[in-house]
Ligand binder design. Structure first.
Ligand SMILES: NC(=O)c1ccc[n+]([C@@H]2O[C@H](COP(=O)([O-])OP(=O)(O)OC[C@H]3O[C@@H](n4cnc5c(N)ncnc54)[C@H](O)[C@@H]3O)[C@@H](O)[C@H]2O)c1
Length: 349
């Protein structure tokens, strides 16, 4: 008699399934687990779903999966692992999942890859003030390419020198998160002068190992020519960056936010950017999208993208590949790379 194969069940929207699971991923899955037909469920309430839950050992979840309530878990007596093919499991994993001792793995670490890539690009572009010069050139027309601004605008004189460069920059990182850490690794390609990190829960040695210095938020603000936010939206991080914090940034600093809009007081940001003292690159806003009449939309020194830094299109396959890798590790009894620590979840994204 052969060893019984584990049974996996995919739970996600048809959109997520189409995006994240091609023939290659399904073939990989079929090699290592049993998949019943249909391979994917979009809900867990119907009689069909309940009978599938009864024999499932592991769930692969993604966008559109319903919350795994105690009632749903009661219908899944064999369930021992939930492997998520996206970043945050907040909408899916309830306390009941942890109480049952079910292992949860997320793809948040690999979801951080495109966010960090976007951030690195934003840092480099901010060093040259490129998005702002481009906006100015597009708006002014008539041959104004912003050269006068690059050459003559006093606020771009940093420490006595005109500085549209990426060498010797002081970069501030708020949140030594999966994304923040990847940004720091990528910053190795730039000859930065200093990387300052604010995170009340981070370890100074771990920060130093990635070339940074852990310090208080105030010092990070006072010294950072480019400040990039990578902390989660929590009650205590709401409007972490307000008028007082923006006032501490050096003249000509750029704020980059790819984390969550709630971290920034947008009225204060609009006021600071309106003076021309501070520039901003925002992939996330509060609210999102910003109202049509938001002054931030009309400023040449503010670049806004519609929440595109995270995994999109082909990048989402990195997360389903990660979940299938996790399944492979789990079946072999190896440690999961994206194992969720329920005790750390409170300060996580
Ligand atoms: N733009 C996008 O498309 C996109 C995609 C993915 C994630 N995100 C966002 O990026 C941010 C980082 O996500 P992650 O998965 O890398 O985070 P994470 O869960 O890996 O880490 C969160 C970190 O924030 C730190 N932190 C908590 N409170 C803090 C505070 N007051 N000040 C500074 N640091 C604090 C924690 O110590 C932890 O190190 C989150 O806001 C997340 O929602 C955005």
């Amino acid at each position: 008699m052969g060893v019984e194969r584990s049974e996996a069940l995919l739970v996600m929207s048809s959109w997520a399934f189409g995006l994240q699971f091609g023939t290659e991923q399904l073939a990989r899955l079929r090699k290592i687990v049993t998949l019943q037909e249909p391979v994917v469920l979009h809900e867990l309430d119907s009689p069909e779903a309940r009978s599938r839950l009864a024999t499932a050992d592991v769930l692969l979840t993604s966008w559109g999966a319903p919350p795994l309530t105690a009632e749903i878990l009661n219908a899944a007596p064999r369930l021992r692992a939930v492997l998520h093919c996206a970043g945050s499991v907040r909408a899916i994993v309830t306390g009941a999942v942890h109480e049952r001792g079910i292992a949860v793995s997320t793809a948040a670490d690999v979801n951080a890859v495109p966010v960090a890539e976007y951030t690195l690009a934003a840092i480099i572009m901010a060093g040259k003030k490129a998005p702002f010069l481009a906006r100015r050139a597009a708006w002014a027309g008539g041959g104004d390419d912003g050269a006068d601004l690059a050459a003559a605008d006093g606020r771009r004189e940093t420490h006595g020198r005109r500085d549209l460069s990426n060498r010797g920059r002081r970069i501030g990182v708020v949140g030594f998160s999966r994304t923040g850490r990847r940004v720091m690794e990528m910053l190795r390609i730039l000859e930065t002068a200093e990387i300052l990190v604010a995170d009340p829960y981070a370890d100074a040695d771990a920060v130093a190992a990635l070339g940074g210095r852990l310090t208080a938020l105030d010092e990070v603000l006072r010294r950072s020519e480019i400040l990039t936010l990578h902390a989660p939206a929590l009650p205590e991080t709401r409007h972490l960056i307000g008028a007082a914090e923006l006032a501490m940034l050096p003249d000509g600093a750029t704020l980059i936010n790819t984390a969550r809009g709630a971290l920034v007081d947008h009225d204060a940001l609009a006021a600071a950017c309106a003076t021309g003292r501070i520039d901003a690159i925002l992939d996330v806003t509060e609210p999102e999208p910003l109202p049509a009449d938001s002054p931030l939309r009309r400023m040449e020194n503010v670049m806004i993208t519609p929440h595109v830094a995270g995994s999109l299109g082909s990048e989402t396959r990195r997360m389903s590949d990660h979940a299938v890798d996790e399944l492979d590790r789990w079946l072999r009894g190896e440690p999961l790379h994206g194992l969720l620590d329920p005790t750390a979840a409170e300060v996580s994204a």
